[in-house]
Design a binder for this molecule. Structure first.
Ligand SMILES: [Zn+2]
Length: 69
């Protein structure tokens, strides 16, 4: 089963971490430095964040209905 992920730059170590899409907006742990941070879009960029949420919703809708063929 494929798990949908998105890429987020860790604010502590600056490296990119793949985060499961269902963890968007939640506290997650960096896979590199093991620091906890919130998996949101960068602050001051709310338009981008809502766009990402729309993408997450459509991705989730696609995956839940993805048993065709
Ligand atoms: Zn980190």
């Amino acid at each position: 089963m494929t798990q949908l992920k998105f890429c987020k730059t860790c604010p502590i170590c600056g490296r990119k971490t793949l985060i499961p899409i269902q963890c968007f907006g939640k506290e997650i742990t960096c896979g590199h430095c093991h620091s906890d941070f919130r998996a949101t879009a960068p602050t001051g960029n709310r338009a981008n964040e809502s766009e990402l949420m729309d993408r997450a919703d459509s991705l989730l809708a696609t995956s839940s209905g993805g048993r065709l063929s």
